[in-house]
Write a protein that binds this ligand. Structure first.
Ligand code: ATP
Length: 424
């Protein structure tokens, strides 16, 4: 079944408002198995609105109109629909009562104009409003085609995005599903990855993307999420939840085979929740020594519920003297691999934890110890007796101060994650 979208409002054409409603509707219609093959923006002009609506109805089973349901003279959606339906508008007393009540309950006088929002084309059904004042409409329209008259449907929803979305989910989607006789369950699985660019991932997954394109269901999307890494999302539709899960599982397996431990989690996992889970599974506690990140890693870890079972605390050793005096780092340059390792060991000891993780680096804008901004040394110290007990990395990170520090957080947590995976 096909459902097109007509977004109404001169401000959309002038670039004063970006038409996010159509993209949201497009995504949600597609997710539920409806084709949306044409999406149009039109200004507040009755002739042009009716012109587009007639043409769209000649091509599509349904049209969702968003916007133009307000109380002012340039809100013309109701008039346009009644003209295309070939019926009159009438005042719906129930809707009028709701609007009057809304004003009186706020001790405000209702401008007469607002009753325009209670005008309904004959034969239309109301989508009761739960938030704003404008109700939505479901309007059956009979149009002439070469093979005779056919019934189409126009939905009208307010332009305000959250009102539009709520009405779509509550009423329009179920109505479309009932009309089409199709009901699909949509399932998605997001693989969280770290360590490779979008184009790099694309290249490595080229064969799988090709096979997915040939199948058409499920689909695959890359969602770049800055310093949270890159999300690889599979979305599939099937008659029920079990079938949807079964559809996604083999593709997830194939992607994991290619990406290996670059996949750090799924769906709502975060790098910090994954690290905490791995530590918990090992029965180990963690302590941090943070210099360049000044407590950001600690903030991320303590944002996860239940972190206290695993996480002991941090020494924010921003000044060199704190590194020397508290953590036992040898006096000398502090942006080095040796300093990072000594910090990780020091944090373990001072805070009585099994594992130490340390970060030292240069956020910029100036150099430090002859090291360029963007330099990060991170080190992990595992409990005594573990193979390769102490590991460190030297990373060069891009971006300004804020980006460098945020990238340091995830890079260091990723180093710890990989160490914990190694010894499992
Ligand atoms: P209401 O009467 O509930 O205010 P309406 O149907 O009259 O809604 P409009 O007056 O067209 O809607 O738009 C109201 C607001 O909704 C706009 O100022 C804008 O912020 C937002 N909006 C309208 N259309 C869109 C759109 N296509 N995409 C994103 N936002 C939109």
């Amino acid at each position: 079944m096909r459902c097109d979208v007509l977004a109404v409002g001169t401000e959309l054409l002038l670039g004063q408002i970006v038409d996010t409603n159509s993209s949201w509707l497009g995504e949600n219609l597609a997710m539920h198995g409806f084709d949306s093959l044409s999406q149009v923006k039109v200004g507040d002009n009755i002739g042009r609105i009716t012109g587009h609506l007639r043409r769209m109805l000649s091509e599509s089973d349904a049209v969702i109109m968003c916007g133009g349901l307000g109380p002012t003279h340039d809100d013309l959606t109701r008039e346009a629909i009644s003209e295309v339906m070939g019926v009159e508008l009438h005042l719906d007393e129930d809707v009028a009562d709701v609007i009057r009540h809304l004003f009186s309950s706020r001790n405000r006088t209702m401008p007469e104009n607002n009753l325009r929002q209670a005008m309904v084309p004959e034969g239309a059904m109301i989508i009761p409003q739960t938030r704003g004042t404008a109700p939505g409409l479901i309007c059956p329209v009979v149009i002439e085609t070469e093979s005779g008259p056919v019934e189409r449907v126009v939905y009208a929803v307010p332009g305000v995005p959250h009102e539009m979305r709520e009405m779509f989910e509550r009423v329009i989607l179920p109505d479309l599903q009932q009309r089409s006789g199709e009901h699909w369950t949509i399932a998605s699985r997001t693989l969280r990855t770290w360590g490779e660019s979008e184009s790099g991932l694309n290249e490595r997954l080229d064969d799988i993307i090709h096979d997915l394109d040939a199948e058409g269901n499920p689909t695959l999307a890359f969602l770049a999420s800055g310093w949270e890494g890159l999300k690889v999302r599979l979305t599939g539709r099937a008659p029920d939840e079990g079938a949807a899960a079964a559809l996604l599982a083999p593709w997830e397996k194939k992607i994991r085979e290619v990406l290996g431990d670059q996949v750090f989690g799924v769906d709502n996992d975060t790098m910090e929740s994954v690290v905490l889970d791995l530590l918990r599974a090992q029965g180990w506690t963690l302590a941090l020594a943070e210099s360049v990140t000044g407590g950001l890693v600690s903030g991320r870890l303590t944002g996860v519920a239940g972190a206290s079972e695993v996480y002991r605390g941090a020494v924010v050793s921003y000044a060199s003297e704190v590194k020397f005096d508290v953590l036992g780092v040898e006096e000398g340059p502090v942006v080095t691999e040796d300093a990072a390792i000594a910090m990780a060991e020091g944090a373990r000891k001072v805070l009585g934890a099994d594992v130490g993780l340390a970060l030292t680096g240069v956020a910029g804008p100036s150099e430090q110890d002859g090291m360029r901004p963007g330099t990060l040394f991170a080190a992990v110290a595992l409990p005594d007796g573990e193979p390769d007990r102490v590991t460190s990395v030297h990373v060069r990170l891009p971006g300004d101060r804020e980006m460098m520090r945020q990238l340091s957080v995830i890079s260091a947590l990723d180093l710890l994650r990989k160490r914990l995976l190694d010894i499992r």
